[in-house]
Ligand binder design. Structure first.
Ligand code: CMC
Length: 374
């Protein structure tokens, strides 16, 4: 392959963005200039969602208004509830998320309006309704009744309430909120680039987010948090971890939750999420996954010099919180909707059709023979 071909767009800068900055050289990530770990320490997820969508942190009045709009939209149409009821119970919730956003696009009265004002309103509806729909599916597939959302609960609390019928203690909610903040935005990753590519043809926000969800599902991207849990369940006990990881590496397996296209010496989001994973393990009095985590991490760094990415601590944290494994990537979705929406608006504001070239390596020019001569 020619050196001119940058497979996977490796190292290629394709546009400018004001939304976030990934700085692998100093192991840092900022959202609109604020360090993600500072946002985790001082803000709740709603404030960060506001920042990503509206470019500035909200004051009290702005936050109140934002929360009022978000909680008002925590309802689903009868059509959408019927669609959810008809979905096969074995559907992967990421496919449900993709379908749900697509159906919302059919129903939204502003689907065709790509102005930034309309996109912000649509982003708010997708942001508020997607977790409600996912929590409804969480219940329906277990044969349980949908739990109506509660306006007085925060975004994170309401998701727990709608999935489980109760809200856990403050520390668990904080750990969940932190995971949402860390998952909210990460520059030109695969799903965001997908959303921007769809947008670049002047398509609409529902289509772009539907495509982004399909992209996030893959195990090399968001799907990794589920794969991490499958791996930990296979390892089962800390005593098995060393043998398991060494064998997997001898077999040249790809270990999920490790490695990153941009960060080569550690993902800036990991230390914060690792801390909250520890807190949740302590509250749940279950250190098994933490011990497995440490053993696998040690071997990966020693043998491969490959560090964990954010999906490594989020997987077992969500498990300890009680979520089904196939709901881990949908949780990523409900947070990343903010980042995707901001990128979609940024792309619309300074659009250029995304259309790269390919070097052709197929057959030479051939003559078309009539059907009866082939
Ligand atoms: N386990 C084992 N080997 C690995 C891993 C891993 N997790 N990641 C990279 N490598 C090896 C890879 O085999 C290759 O070795 P060699 O040069 O001998 O062929 C080398 O490291 C370079 O890897 P690469 O795949 O060319 O690097 P990339 O930048 O194209 O890929 C990645 C990045 C994230 C796709 C990859 O690290 C991977 O597959 N990781 C596992 C999946 C995962 O955890 N994804 C989540 C990504 S971050 C958060 C998110 O998006 O959700």
């Amino acid at each position: 392959m020619s050196d001119d071909i940058k497979k996977g767009l490796l190292g290629i800068v394709v546009d400018e963005t004001e939304i976030s900055k990934v700085m692998p050289e100093i192991n840092s990530l900022t959202y609109r200039g604020y360090a993600a770990q500072d946002l985790c320490a001082r803000c709740k997820f709603e404030e960060v969602a506001y920042l990503i969508l509206n470019k500035e942190l909200p004051n009290k009045k702005q936050l109140k208004q934002f929360e009022k709009e978000e909680t008002k939209e925590r309802v689903l149409s009868k059509t959408l509830i019927n669609v959810l009821k008809q979905m096969p119970k074995k559907s992967h919730p990421m496919d449900v998320a993709r379908t749900v956003v697509s159906v919302m696009g059919l129903e939204d009265k502003e689907t065709k309006d790509n102005s930034s004002e309309a996109n912000l309103r649509k982003a708010m509806r997708i942001f508020a309704k997607t977790p409600v729909a996912l929590a409804a599916f969480y219940r329906l597939r277990k044969g349980k009744k949908i739990i109506p959302s509660k306006k007085k609960l925060t975004f994170a609390e309401n998701f727990f309430h709608m999935c489980f019928g109760k809200v856990p203690n403050k520390e668990i909610v904080k750990a969940f909120d932190v995971s949402l903040i860390l998952y909210a935005e990460h520059s030109f990753n695969v799903s965001t680039f997908t959303a921007r590519t769809i947008t670049s043809s002047l398509s609409d926000i529902h289509g772009a987010i539907t495509g982004a969800i399909a992209s996030l599902k893959g195990p090399l991207h968001g799907g990794a948090n589920e794969e991490v849990m499958h791996m930990m369940k296979k390892i089962k006990k800390p005593e098995n971890a060393l043998k398991w990881i060494n064998k997997a590496l001898d077999n040249k397996d790809v270990i999920m939750g490790f490695g990153h296209r941009v960060y080569k010496s550690g993902d800036s989001r990991v230390p914060t999420m690792r801390e909250y994973f520890g807190k949740v393990s302590k509250i749940k009095k279950d250190k098994v996954f933490e011990k497995i985590y440490e053993i696998v991490e040690k071997v990966m760094i020693k043998r491969k010099n490959i560090h964990p990415n954010v999906d490594y601590p989020t997987g077992p944290t969500y498990h300890l919180m009680g979520f089904d494994t196939d709901f881990f990537t949908p949780i990523f979705v409900i947070s990343r909707i903010t980042g995707w929406s901001a990128h979609i608006m940024e792309q619309h504001a300074a659009n250029k059709l995304i259309r790269p070239l390919a070097s052709y390596k197929g057959s030479k020019h051939r003559k078309v023979m009539q059907l009866n001569h082939r």
